[in-house]
Design a binder for this molecule. Sequence first.
Ligand SMILES: NC(=O)c1ccc[n+]([C@@H]2O[C@H](COP(=O)([O-])OP(=O)(O)OC[C@H]3O[C@@H](n4cnc5c(N)ncnc54)[C@H](O)[C@@H]3O)[C@@H](O)[C@H]2O)c1
Length: 466
Amino acid sequence: MALNALDRHVALIGFMGAGKTTLAGEVALRLDRCAVDADRLIEGRVQLPLGAFFAKRGELEFRVAEAVIVRDTLQAATPSVVSLGGGAVKTAEVRAALAEHALTVLVEIDVDAAWERVRGSDRPLAQDEGDFRRLYEERQPLYREAADAVANDADGVILAAAGIRHELGALERLGELVPGTGPVALVTDSTVMGIHGAAAQTALGDRLVSTHELPRGEEAKQLHVVERLWSELTLDRAGTIVALGGGSLTDAAGLCAALYLRGIAWVSVPTTLVGQVDAGIGGKTAIDIPQGKNLVGAFHWPARVVIDEALLETLPERERRQGEAERIKTELLAGRTLDVRAAAAYKAALCLRDPHDRGPRQWLNLGHTFAHALEAAADFDLPHGEAVALGLLAALRLSGRDAAPVVAALDPQPVEVDRDRAWEALLRDKKRSGDAINLVLLGDGGPYLEARSPDEVRTALDTLIS
Ligand SMILES: NC(=O)c1ccc[n+]([C@@H]2O[C@H](COP(=O)([O-])OP(=O)(O)OC[C@H]3O[C@@H](n4cnc5c(N)ncnc54)[C@H](O)[C@@H]3O)[C@@H](O)[C@H]2O)c1
């Protein structure tokens, strides 16, 4: 079973009328991949419209042509987003190619909606309603068997492609959601353990071999904490670490998994808003060292991310505000309003496009150059969300855009820190192009990277300090 589409095609399967072709186009755009429509490829190859080919040569010959095209498409090295005809999964060769080369997503539609969409069309298998409904029932088990995940919109396909399950009450199903059958170690912090730990332990059932509590918050991201965890673990290489907590916990437990036995699987179960829209997604793990935050880490993509918004009900308001800043940042990048699921999907798409943070994933740093400088100047006594809110103001002003949405949503207030210290921290933090400073800015077409002069950047920073 494929866990994600990092190095695989995304293949959309499902009944006719489900909207696979349209979805494939939308998902391909967001993942910066090519969209491939298997039916159009077949028409090109046989030089006939599908209906005519079906009528003239029969279904059997059509399925043979289809299997060849699908196999060739899925064998291409560059991952794409492929939409398959409704009956493609009938062919064993197609199912085998999907299992080998794709993350297969079943695009769901109910039979009434499907019939409404396709009735009156020239689709050969949609001419009689009774036959159509029988076929629908007949195909469902095949779709379920071939699918790695189920979705019904572009965000759902992208979340599936990143290995993310977003589901209310998912914590109770954690046992099923942890891939594989090997032993599991639950890693959490002392606060989260007291609130959600027992439910997680119950859900993990017999697979759970040990539970480990790390200090809460940033204190977890210390080498000695991770070292102690390594010494406690008894997992073998088939084992999985389940990290239940906020961004600090998932950062530390993810790094522990990246290095233990040269890398074992981990599942991220973010319990804060920051975690669910940002930190728990994308495989960046890190700890802090005295020289700075997040300076030692690894890219280690979680085998699964489980997002259960019910876990946020116990989150203190102060912590929720930290996440709001990241969610508003993501809305600015996306240019539309986003709930938790959509914000998670936006980040997931950027991480799938750029897992090692060398290109568009850097857009997620909108406002963070300023935020990091203010945090350092405040000796990290400034909550990250407040620093990000201020950073967003500066980024919008430098982009020549209206900062009112950030003011309305987050109401950032200038902070009292030493201006020179903040400026020095900003200069240390960022890559430079000669004298100029590279920033993520926002244009009408979305985010972009641009070098700005030190004078402009310093003026923007100064406006954030009281
Ligand atoms: N890896 C990444 O891509 C990435 C991205 C963004 C942030 N981060 C990191 O995330 C960290 C911040 O994470 P955070 O903001 O999630 O906070 P956190 O993990 O530090 O947790 C904050 C507090 O909330 C408590 N808590 C967590 N879930 C709770 C719940 N459901 N109910 C009640 N209390 C709960 C914790 O016990 C802790 O006391 C930083 O270290 C930052 O560097 C990483």
